[in-house]
Design a protein around this ligand. Structure first.
Ligand code: NAG
Ligand code: NAG
Ligand code: NAG
Ligand code: NAG
Ligand code: NAG
Ligand code: NAG
Ligand code: NAG
Ligand code: NAG
Ligand code: NAG
Length: 498
């Protein structure tokens, strides 16, 4: 806990510094700006107005409004060029002096192809403004790895703020609507990517440092929503994410190969994994997610499934998970090592939806089973789950593997209620992706295999005695590969459902 607090404080201090520096050097900055403009008077940037924003409580904030330089904001005409010009102007003028500049989006709808955010530039989207992502292939760069509506690459001190909306028009990418799972278009015919995960993401930060995403609504991504890759020091707060509940791959926040991330006060309601750290080409250190509300047809919190490197020092606190397909999931399939994770003060409800979505109503799911014969087994150790309340249609699943025993797991102060309220059949254990896929087996309160060191303390399990409840097995050791378990103050009892 203390470690995490230090980490929080250090990030907040650096953000604070970032802002006070801006204010402190403002006088100097404004005089430099005047000079820059005089020098550039023959270029097209001369028509740009650098405003002292009245949109912000902070006086004298340097900013450029996209409408002042020709953005139509009518949601029909592409505004890509004026938006990019505003970003480039902001960037050119201030980058020399490493001071930030805001690109303002006044009320309106701004249809755009990919826009590239540069160092020092913050997009400030008015509460009544929407940035609409294009839905055509030619709206995006050649390389599939750069298919985002908004993309920052190798930039520092970048952000998106202001209370407005970024909308990926995801519904335009649905080929066939289906309550179970929509069928999405694929741009794979270009050869840029394979299969049906071949659509643009909404917002991406790749190789960045000091990222701030605050107060915005990220709506209807065509694919993943907010993607942070190879980055350091990211703060994501007061962000609302809404994606179609039936669309696959509509992840909420994907933190990939990145360190020092704070996610707080977020509201995520979407089809696929809501908060999803991944280690594809590098480790993930120091991530905290607090005070969030989540509903998803997949996992609310998911580590993996890309898990080739270390995940270490994460804190998830004060999170509400509602009617999701899976709650807290560590799906380590590729040899990565996971350690020092705290999950505290979390309320979970999980239910069955449909078998083509991974997850089968498990409130907590921890596994190191390798993806396939060529994958190494990773390890998971030092997990603490404390103050957890769950109501779910399935039990807790803890499945290490021969080469990746789960080590030192603690479950403290938990109230678990098991009941059924949907009609999907149970009796299958879900090891997807890869591993053993779906396996016939009755569920259990805790299903355990390949574990060394497990403490269960002050845990109450309540079982609905309802007709629909065809299972009431509190503990399942399977196979008998479990060592050093301690149960203290552990109760299991049935109750009459109202
Ligand atoms: C993680 O946080 C700790 C504590 O603040 C810090 O000492 C460490 O350098 C951080 N790790 C990385 C990789 O930034
Ligand atoms: C593109 O992906 C779709 C969906 O997975 C598949 O049906 C189709 O065959 C793929 N087309 C190409 C050219 O790969
Ligand atoms: C994260 O920290 C680890 C350990 O210090 C380091 O190897 C890695 O390069 C860092 N990643 C980024 C994106 O800074
Ligand atoms: C927990 O998070 C909610 C927002 O989801 C917030 O309203 C509440 O104040 C937080 N509680 C604590 C104790 O921080
Ligand atoms: C995981 O830890 C094991 C044992 O310490 C080590 O051999 C292995 O290289 C680690 N894996 C990764 C991906 O760091
Ligand atoms: C969980 O539920 C309990 C009791 O219903 C409530 O006191 C607590 O604040 C809730 N916590 C969260 C994180 O929602
Ligand atoms: C579990 O229920 C008991 C009795 O109602 C209560 O005292 C305790 O605080 C609850 N724990 C959690 C984590 O909700
Ligand atoms: C767990 O809940 C108890 C009672 O509400 C509280 O005193 C304690 O600080 C909580 N533990 C953690 C780690 O948040
Ligand atoms: C048993 O597991 C607990 C919790 O993981 C650990 O603290 C303890 O050292 C282990 N005991 C033995 C004998 O391995």
């Amino acid at each position: 806990m203390t470690k995490n607090l230090h980490f929080l404080i250090s990030i907040f201090q650096s953000n604070h510094l970032f802002h006070s520096q801006i204010m402190f050097q403002l006088q100097l900055l404004l005089s430099i700006l005047t000079l820059s403009f005089a020098a550039q008077s023959k270029s097209s940037t001369s028509q740009f107005s650098i405003l002292q924003s009245n949109h912000h409580p902070k006086p004298n904030l340097l900013s450029i409004s996209v409408t002042k330089i020709g953005a139509a904001g009518d949601g029909v005409k592409y505004d890509t060029i004026p938006i990019q010009e505003a970003i480039d102007a902001c960037s050119t003028i201030v980058s020399k002096h490493s001071r930030p500049c805001h690109v303002i989006f006044p009320p309106g709808k701004y249809l755009t192809a990919t826009i590239f955010v540069k160092s020092g530039v913050v997009l400030d989207i008015h509460q009544k403004a929407t940035i609409l992502g294009g839905s055509k292939l030619e709206d995006y760069p050649k390389e599939q790895s750069r298919w985002y509506v908004i993309l920052a690459e190798d930039a520092v001190d970048v952000g998106i703020i202001g209370g407005g909306e970024i909308n990926g028009q995801g519904l335009k990418f649905v080929e066939r609507f289906d309550d179970k799972k929509n069928v999405m278009v694929s741009w794979n015919h270009t050869g840029a990517c394979l299969g049906d995960e071949c659509r643009p993401r909404l917002v991406g930060f790749i190789g960045c440092r000091n990222i701030k995403v605050s107060g915005v609504r990220l709506i209807e991504p065509a694919y993943w929503c907010l993607h942070v890759v190879r980055s350091d020091k990211t703060s994501i707060c007061d962000v609302t994410i809404y994606g179609n509940f039936n669309s696959p791959n509509n992840d909420g926040i994907d933190i990939e190969d990145s360190n020092n991330t704070i996610i707080t006060r977020c509201n995520i309601n979407t089809g696929d994994d809501a908060i999803c750290p991944k280690s594809s080409n590098g480790p993930v250190y120091n991530l905290t997610a607090t005070d969030c509300w989540i509903r998803t047809k997949s996992s609310a919190i998911k580590l993996g499934s890309a898990s080739f490197y270390t995940f270490k020092n994460f804190l998830f606190d004060n999170i509400t998970i509602v009617e999701s397909h899976r709650g807290l999931a560590l799906q380590i399939r590729d040899g990565g090592n996971v350690s020092d994770m705290i999950f505290s003060n979390i309320n979970i409800s999980t239910r069955y939806y449909y078998p083509s979505w991974w997850g089968r109503a498990e409130p907590i799911y921890v596994t190191t089973c390798p993806r396939d014969a060529s994958s190494k087994a990773g390890s998971i150790s030092n997990l603490l789950f404390v103050n957890i309340t769950a109501t779910s249609e399935n039990g807790i699943f803890l499945s290490g593997s021969r080469g990746g025993v789960l080590n030192n797991l603690k479950f403290l102060n938990m109230n678990l209620t098991y009941k059924r309220w949907t009609k999907f059949s149970d009796g299958l254990v879900d090891y997807r992706p890869g591993c053993q896929e779906l396996v016939k087996h009755q569920p259990a309160g805790f299903m355990m295999e390949h574990i060394d060191g497990l403490v269960v303390e002050d845990v109450v399990m309540k079982w609905s005695s309802d007709e629909s409840m065809r299972w009431n097995n509190p503990l399942d050791f399977r196979p008998s590969t479990v060592n050093n378990i301690s149960l203290l103050n552990f109760y299991s009892r049935s109750y009459q459902q109202q």
